[in-house]
Design a protein around this ligand. Structure first.
Ligand code: NAP
Length: 247
């Protein structure tokens, strides 16, 4: 088992991409702290994992944007599992609108969840990883953070910030056995993209060289690779998983 005796925290794992990442890491032997904003969602995914891969998961609920609550949760997870080897910062939201009309509340909400949320969990686990001299930090960014996207000033800026944060952490922890990388998904079929009007989806597909949206499992494969021992010499990188959209 690739991740035997390893513990992973996956945020935003109640649905979509995070759920697929949690399932994938558990299928490869990791014990997984399944974190989402709503308890019902994280509990359900943890139950699903435990039904398939006996006793490997536990569900937790927190607002990723709340620094104090996240520190308390990370202490609890450390108490429950004794260590954390892999942190996947995947919790994210959109509040789209043209930049000139975007409300400060929508700007802040996206920054606080997508960017500060990742910082919060990072601070919750980094000391433990430094002490054990090993760890994998994987931040789920977006192609929007690389190429921009009209109507997503807040979201694209949060994801570009997350990419910069990933690289800073990579440099700071490079000699401590901890790698830090980002995965930048393109358009993936989840609740987040289900809300797009069909006309927009059709236009997007025309831009994607492989001519289809990706699946959450496509992102989970990239995360599994970066979390594994074979990726130990890869740090500070952004892996786009987007059917060729950005190249
Ligand atoms: P999703 O289906 O909307 O699921 C989002 C998850 O994040 C949910 O589990 C949600 O919790 C959790 N979450 C949201 N706000 C939170 C908060 N404040 N605290 C804790 N958890 C929170 O989204 P997705 O499409 O799977 O996206 C996952 C990640 O991939 C996001 O970071 C997104 O930006 C990124 N991404 C997605 C796409 C795409 O095409 N789907 C493309 C590029 C990047 P609940 O379940 O409890 O509501």
């Amino acid at each position: 088992m690739k991740f035997a005796n390893q513990v992973a925290i996956v945020t935003g794992a109640g649905r979509g991409i995070g759920r697929a990442i949690a399932m994938r890491l558990a299928s490869e032997g990791a014990r997984v702290a399944v974190v989402s904003r709503t308890e019902k969602n994280s509990e359900q995914v943890a139950e699903e994992i435990n039904a398939k891969f006996a006793g490997l998961a536990k569900g937790y609920a927190v607002d990723a944007a709340d620094h104090a609550a996240v520190q308390t949760l990370c202490e609890k997870i450390d108490g429950d599992f004794s260590r954390v080897d892999i942190l996947v910062n995947n919790a994210g939201i959109t509040r789209d609108g043209l930049s000139m009309r975007m409300s400060p509340e929508d700007w802040d909400a996206v920054m606080e969840t997508n960017l500060k949320g990742a910082f919060n969990f990072y601070q919750g686990v980094v000391r433990g990883m430094m002490k054990q001299r090993s760890g994998r930090i994987i931040n789920i960014a977006s192609v929007a953070g690389i190429m921009g996207n009209a109507g997503q000033a807040n979201y694209a800026a949060s994801k570009a910030g997350l990419i910069a944060f990933t690289k800073v952490v990579a440099r700071e922890l490079a000699t401590r056995g901890v790698t830090s990388n980002a995965v930048a998904p393109g358009f993936i079929t989840t609740d987040m993209t289900d809300v797009l009007p069909q006309g927009v989806k059709d236009e997007v597909v025309k831009q994607i060289p492989v001519k289809r949206f990706g699946a959450p499992e496509d992102i989970a494969s990239a995360v599994s690779f970066l979390a594994g021992a074979e990726a130990g010499y890869i740090t500070g990188q952004v892996l786009t998983v987007d059917g060729g959209l950005v190249m």
